[in-house]
Write a protein that binds this ligand. Structure first.
Ligand SMILES: [Zn+2]
Length: 437
């Protein structure tokens, strides 16, 4: 068995891994470097595959492309863009289907449809808990895991050389507010049969403890809205557009006290499929759409009657919150208005700088900013210890971060007797880890 660590092994983002068994290859995730996509001069969907690769927006899959006849499937574990946006550029070169859970598949359909490359691959839905045949030798199973988006799967490939468990991304939330807890009993069964390789999401392995439950975020949201609503001022809240559980918790915390508007392109992109699948009730959202028209429509409204849920909590250029801070939208924020950032900063230098600039611009104008109303979607160090023990894989490959975090995960593996270079394999982009040698 060989694991191709194509991308996502030097920083957080643009994930792509491939598993090779007996000459057959299954690709797990084809993401994009989201912050570069946001900063790029031209809209991502208008770029050619060659330009997207050359600009470092999507993984450089040259080595796999050279042997594309061997690729039997592309599997996408969840619909975060660092795991799925690259599909729109790269999948078309492979003559194989794409597998995803229903929510992820619907997000993928939109991304592919809007993209100039118009990939032709068949997007096939597999439910959480489902299993299907990818080739005569390889089966795919999606095991339910908790994360921060609906339909997140731990991808398991059942091969003649043992199972591969690909955990990008997961947390262990015992009481999620949407969906079921991580299916630890099924993972234990698979582990009992034998897991040859575990590809581990180590995005936040450097942080001690365990990740809290989304239920804690729900309580925080209610408290912060209670405080914010005491004054008759505008309240603007921004969170991850794909965090459907969080958005549902925002609506619950609002509890009909204010009228609700959702503003911004990516909110639409992610909430429409969730509503269509019955994952969230948006019937109380009165205004739902893209920023220009909607903001103009709301200009005459009394801001104190509304809860504005908007895009832009990372300070992304062109997002609604950034334009509210810069006063380039018809709606304006004034002194004593309140902005709630129901998110953390994605841990990369560009994001940290953009988020700092956003908060500074708001505070300079006297806007009150409540930051960090949030519980993470990624496992922390103790969760990783639990997962390593649960899966008990023969080989471990840390992924979804650079050398430092991979080293931290490798150190946790060493506590369990793994040996660096023999059974735990930190890697870099574009490498092949041969587990047979
Ligand atoms: Zn994710």
């Amino acid at each position: 068995m060989k694991i191709h660590t194509v991308s996502g092994y030097e920083s957080v983002g643009a994930n792509m891994t491939a598993v090779e068994v007996d000459g057959e290859v299954v690709i797990c995730d084809v993401g994009a470097d989201v912050e570069r996509v946001v900063e790029a001069d031209a809209p991502f969907e208008t770029l050619s595959t060659e330009t997207a690769i050359a600009s470092g927006l999507v993984p450089d899959d040259g080595d796999l492309f050279a042997r594309r006849e061997d690729v039997v499937a592309i599997v996408v574990g969840h619909a975060h863009l660092d795991h799925c946006l690259g599909v729109a550029k790269l999948a078309g070169a492979y003559d194989c289907p794409i597998y995803a859970t229903p929510y992820t598949a619907r997000v993928l359909d939109r991304l592919i449809e809007e993209d100039v490359e118009a990939a032709h691959n068949d997007v096939r839905e597999l439910e959480l808990g489902g299993r299907t045949r990818l080739s005569p030798h390889v089966d795919l199973e999606f095991v339910n895991v908790t994360h921060s988006i609906p339909g997140a799967a731990l991808t398991v490939l059942h091969t003649p050389d043992g199972a591969v468990a690909y955990s990008l991304d997961f947390k262990l939330d015992p009481a999620p507010t949407l969906g079921r807890p991580t299916d630890e009993s099924r993972l234990r069964e698979i582990a009992d049969e034998g897991i040859a390789a575990y590809v581990a999401d180590c995005t936040r392995v450097d942080e001690p403890g365990r990740t809290g439950s989304e239920r804690e975020a729900a309580t925080q949201l209610r408290n912060v809205l209670d405080t914010a609503y005491r004054e008759n001022r505008a309240v603007v809240l921004s969170t991850f557009s794909s965090h459907i559980a969080r958005l549902a918790n925002v609506l619950d915390a609002n509890d009909g006290r204010r009228r609700v508007a959702f503003l911004g392109w990516s909110l639409r992109q992610y909430t429409d499929p969730a509503r269509d699948l019955g994952l969230v009730d948006l019937s109380n959202v009165e205004v739902h759409g893209e920023k220009g028209d909607v903001a103009a429509r709301l200009r005459e409204a009394d801001p104190a009657e509304w809860l504005f849920v908007v895009t832009g909590h990372q300070g992304e250029p062109n997002a609604v919150l950034t334009e509210l801070a810069d006063r380039t939208l018809p709606l304006a924020l004034d002194e004593r208005d309140r902005v709630i950032l129901a998110s953390s900063t994605i841990p990369t230098p560009i994001n940290r700088a953009s988020r700092d600039a956003l908060e500074r611009a708001l505070r300079d104008r006297g806007v009150r900013v409540d930051g960090g109303v949030h519980v993470h979607g990624h496992a922390l160090r103790q969760d990783h210890r639990d997962m390593l023990a649960l899966l008990d894989a023969t080989h471990v490959l840390p992924a979804h971060a650079g050398a430092e975090k991979q080293g931290t995960l490798a150190a946790l593996a060493r506590e369990r007797g793994y040996v660096v270079g023999e059974t735990v394999h930190p890697s870099q982009n574009g490498r092949v880890v041969d587990l047979d040698s």
